[in-house]
Ligand binder design. Structure first.
Ligand code: FAD
Ligand code: NAI
Length: 467
């Protein structure tokens, strides 16, 4: 193993491994260090990928039982939970190995061990298989990601009181699942277990689900989930959990205070957000500044206050999303290589992979109102989309928001089938500074779900044709 590099990246998640790969492509000598034992970070090991594997298989299971009979297909689907988990594990294994392959292909050294920054230009590594080394490097990129946000007074045991990690590996389907937090994780993993047979109750502190997502879309999403069997207790907080012999007694009270009540459940999933993870990195010693929320402070070139040390991904500000980390990875490697790396934060999509999916990019109506920006809206419901009818998936709508004066697309919010794929054309539109009319006048194949996006764009100027 070499001990002198141009770039040493700490963390092998979507931020870290992509930074190391891009650095390698640009001719920089790079290393990527991760202590986990497998590369891919939270995303590949305990996040995006295992959750999407279970979302896919649980959706098929529910379809086989609930939907196919309505479409003229008789089935007798039976759950094989260990088979489902085996699929998840196989996919994770293949993809994490794939990252190692990509690092090697791009001449980046993959090091398994725990890194600590000794000083600018110097990284100490405690190697996983024993031993230690010190790497000299011109640049250090911190890409150490995030960890589960704790719920005060509640200890996660990953058996009965679980974080997303435990909820991805339950050994049997709980009869009752209590989810704390109606965000991405709560609704995705709540969906998995509801489809497999759990009664799912979601306790949310705020008076709405998926805060941050356009309010109208959030309301439509909640209606759809409620129809599916989710039960929501909004404006409610958990104030205590008692472990009974066979289950949990969870005490809740109104967020604003008031009478307490008890919810009995078998498993409780704590999904109230994630916090930046920089423990053990030695940042205090080196003097790298953190903000009040523990995030590494950087300028818009990802430079910390210490020359030669950068940070990207979940451990710095911005949405905690794999593709945001990946884009910052490309940008930081390009900046280090003397190029003009840049991320357009107005064009970062986010997707909740439930059924139907929720996908959003750009500004919400609430944000534009608060900023005093004049806007126009076009909407189109999937009930009026021919393809949605043919696949019997008509819940939801597309909402496009454009600047009232220039018609420039400012945001798009979708709840509906394939929303995560549909949003891509609007992300591109925003990236190119397109107007809603550009989408409305672009030919979209028939019959596709993409026509719903076009019809919503037509709606901005009031000429939706299929409704
Ligand atoms: P991470 O992926 O967290 O990687 C950081 C790595 O750094 C870790 O592997 C850790 O072991 C390593 N590390 C930390 N400290 C050290 C050290 N001192 N030395 C060596 N190594 C160290 N995002 C999406 O965009 N789409 C999704 O569908 C999605 N689903 C998710 C589902 C779940 C259940 C969860 C929990 C998250 C999900 N996310 C999703 C979020 C996504 O996983 C993160 O945004 C993404 O992984 C952040 O990438 P990162 O590289 O910044 O950090
Ligand atoms: P989240 O931020 O999406 O949602 C947390 C929810 O918990 C919010 O609605 C919040 O109001 C609520 N909450 C906070 N404190 C609470 C309390 N004490 N009691 C009750 N409710 C409380 O966080 P989540 O779901 O934990 O996910 C963490 C992050 O991981 C996400 O923000 C996202 O960045 C990423 N992620 C992305 C996914 C995707 O892209 N599809 C999937 C899963 C995670």
């Amino acid at each position: 193993m070499s001990d002198s590099f141009d770039v040493v990246v700490i963390g092998g998640g979507p931020g870290g491994y992509n930074a190391a790969i891009r650095a390698g492509q640009l001719g920089l000598k790079s290393a990527c260090i991760d202590k986990r034992g497998t590369f891919g970070g939270t995303c590949l090991n305990i996040g995006c990928i295992p959750s999407k594997a279970l979302l896919y298989t649980s959706e098929l299971y529910e379809e086989a039982r609930e939907k196919l009979p309505k479409l003229g297909i008789r089935t007798s689907a039976e759950l094989d939970l260990s088979g489902m988990m085996a699929h998840k594990t196989k996919v994770v294994g293949e993809l994490t190995k794939g990252v190692e392959f990509l690092l090697k292909k791009n001449k980046s050294e993959a090091i398994v061990g725990e890194a600590r920054i000794a000083a600018a230009g110097k990284v100490d590594v405690k190697l996983k298989d024993g031993g230690a080394c010190t790497l000299e490097t011109k640049h250090i990129v911190i890409a150490t990601g995030s960890d589960v946000a704790p719920l005060p007074g509640v200890t996660i045991d990953e058996e009965r009181i679980v974080s997303s990690t435990g909820a991805l590996a339950l050994k049997s389907v709980p009869k009752r699942l209590l989810v704390v937090g109606a965000g991405y994780i709560g609704l995705e993993l709540g969906s998995v277990w509801r489809r497999l047979g759990s009664e799912v109750t979601v306790v949310e502190f705020l008076d709405r689900i998926t805060p941050g997502i356009d309010g109208e879309i959030g309301k439509a999403f909640q209606r759809i989930l409620t129809k599916q069997g989710f039960s929501f207790q909004l404006s409610t907080k958990v104030v205590g959990v008692e472990k009974a012999k066979t289950g949990l007694k969870v005490t809740v009270e109104p967020a604003a205070g008031g009478d307490k009540s008890v919810i009995e459940t078998d498993i409780m999933l704590v999904a109230i957000g994630r916090v930046p993870y920089t423990a053990g990195l030695g940042l205090e010693t080196v003097g790298v500044a953190l903000d009040k929320r523990g995030r590494v402070v950087t300028d818009n070139h990802y430079r910390t206050n210490i020359a030669g040390i950068y940070a990207i991904g979940d451990c710095r500000e911005g949405p905690m999303l794999a593709h945001k980390a990946e884009d910052e990875a490309v940008a930081v490697a390009e900046i280090i290589a003397g190029k003009a790396g840049h991320v357009n934060y107005d064009a970062i999509p986010s997707v909740v992979y439930t059924f139907p999916e929720v996908a959003t990019v750009g500004k919400t109506e609430e944000e534009l109102k608060a900023a005093g920006v004049a806007y126009k809206i076009g909407k189109f419901p999937f009930t009026a989309n021919a393809r949605a009818k043919t696949i019997a998936a008509t819940d939801g709508l597309v909402k496009i928001i454009a600047d009232a004066a220039t018609d420039k697309v400012l945001g798009c919010h979708i709840v509906g089938p394939e929303a995560g794929n549909l949003i891509a054309e609007v992300v591109l539109a925003i990236e190119f500074g397109a107007a809603s009319e550009d989408i409305a006048r672009t030919c979209h194949a028939h019959p596709t779900l993409t026509e719903a996006v076009r019809q919503a764009a037509m709606g901005v100027e009031g000429w939706t044709m299929q409704m």
